[in-house]
Design a protein around this ligand. Structure first.
Ligand code: IMP
Length: 428
């Protein structure tokens, strides 16, 4: 008999790049019918290995093509149709027929060709650049909120060229410069991408159809970026332009059932790309060593990621404000072999120690208070288990899974590790 339908969410609990893609592909095997991307756009880069080959999903939900799960691109996303087509074609080349397992919500907004140009323009004019991925994310969400964006479904409307022309006119007035291409020239490739996606089998779905599809289905919500990059709750203004947490799931209408479990994904250390406060940043040779060992270069932009120690006050904040009920710790292997590791347990701000601090507050002047711990060998090393226990004690949230390498199989239950350490046998 089919299990009752479930709603489970996976959020990045740091500044993104926590290894969500791999975790999602792993969890999707556990009886989920759909993996739903609910926010963000091709600023994300979720790396997954399918049959040993590396794929980076920017827009497509991280389903394993060998599972039966289907992928849904929700209305809270901003979509670049070129990227979408490229990704679908890359996956189809190895997994023919997989495209028809992806549905796109017609209410999602489009990243229009000039949004990237605007992203560049805005960054170049900021005194303190945000360090965006320059994929047009901010401008696409800005247009959505300013009530002048274009939705995917608008491409089926008769007045789409007029709408685009209005927007183009407005932008030219605003920036006092010519934007490349007329409305007709802009619309043609967009319609072409839609046609090619449909030919491949991708389905464009309305809310009413979506309701029917999801009626009795179990959904796994795939977060993008990380909670500390959330436009409302993160280290503003050094954030992305979307909500990264549960709010975006609810606001796009996934309200038929409560979300049962909320996994927060955290690395055993921390990284961030782009500007903004990063209290536990390690800028010396050790930081460089961890960057190299962890392959910490942006999956979307190739930029070197900034490296830091695990930041427990930041994690506690993400848990408290993001509603995280369980943790999944990734990249355990990257720190293996270091003589010692540090963990930030509190901050010092203006001479006073604080165990907790909101990321919307004084993160930029917070100095970390560290606890230094002996390093560990492999994942069964009792010193690593002490690390896990410290994280659980300090956050009050259980760790359910530990990922210890990029490979699909390199992930195990936390409890299996503990049992393995006790019997000295270790899990497989
Ligand atoms: P945007 O989302 O391109 O506007 O970039 C805003 C900030 O979010 C920048 O610091 C980016 O580096 C960061 N960012 C956006 N998407 C991701 C992601 O998927 N992983 C990590 N950082 C991201």
């Amino acid at each position: 008999m089919k299990e009752p339908a479930r709603r489970v969410a996976v959020l990045g609990a740091q500044w993104g790049d926590e290894g969500k893609g791999k975790v999602i592909a792993h969890l999707a095997w556990k009886g989920f019918d759909w993996v739903v991307r609910y926010a963000g756009g091709p600023n994300a880069g979720h790396t997954v290995y399918h049959r040993g080959k590396k794929f980076v999903h920017h827009l497509l939900p991280s389903i394993d093509p060998d599972s039966t799960a289907r992928g849904y691109l929700g209305s809270g996303m901003v979509l670049d149709l070129d990227t979408l087509l490229r990704e679908v074609e890359a996956l189809e080349a190895d997994f023919p027929g997989v495209a028809k397992r992806f549905h796109v919500d017609r209410d999602a907004f489009l990243i229009l060709p000039w949004h990237r140009h605007e992203d560049e323009l805005l960054e170049s004019r900021r005194r303190r650049p945000i360090g965006t991925t320059r994929r047009g994310i901010g401008p696409a969400y800005t247009d959505k909120i300013s009530r002048q964006g274009l939705r995917v479904g608008d491409l089926w409307r008769d007045d789409v060229v007029e709408r685009l022309d209005d927007l183009l006119h407005f932008k030219q007035e605003l920036y006092r410069e010519e934007f490349p291409g007329s409305a007709e020239e802009t619309i043609r490739p967009l319609l072409d991408r839609i046609r090619r996606l449909e030919e491949r089998g991708v389905v464009f779905t309305s809310f009413m159809e979506q309701r029917r599809l999801f009626h009795d289905a179990s959904l796994l919500f795939e977060g993008a970026q990380g909670f500390l990059l959330d436009v409302e709750c993160g280290t503003y203004p050094f954030v992305t332009s979307s909500n990264c947490g549960l709010g975006a799931i609810v606001s796009s209408g996934f309200v038929d059932r409560p979300i049962g479990r909320v996994y927060g994904i955290s690395k055993a250390y921390a990284t961030r790309v782009g500007g903004g406060p990063f209290p536990t940043e390690v800028s010396d040779a050790l930081g460089e060593e961890i960057r190299q060992r962890g392959g910490e270069f942006g999956a979307t932009t190739g930029r070197p990621r900034r490296i830091g120690w695990l930041d427990l006050p930041a994690l506690r904040y993400a848990i408290a404000r993001g509603g995280i009920t369980h943790l999944i710790l990734t990249k355990q292997d990257v720190l293996a072999g270091l003589p010692s590791v540090k963990v930030c347990v509190a901050y010092r701000v203006r001479g006073e120690e604080h165990r907790d601090l909101a990321a919307t507050g004084d993160f930029d002047i917070a100095e970390p208070v560290y606890r230094e711990m002996p390093g560990w060998g492999d994942r069964r090393d009792p010193r690593f288990l002490e690390y896990l226990e410290l994280v659980e004690r300090e956050t009050g949230v259980p760790i359910e899974l530990v990922s210890f390498g990029p490979g699909t199989g390199e992930i195990c239950e936390r409890d299996a590790l503990v049992a393995g350490a006790r019997t000295k046998m270790g899990p497989s």
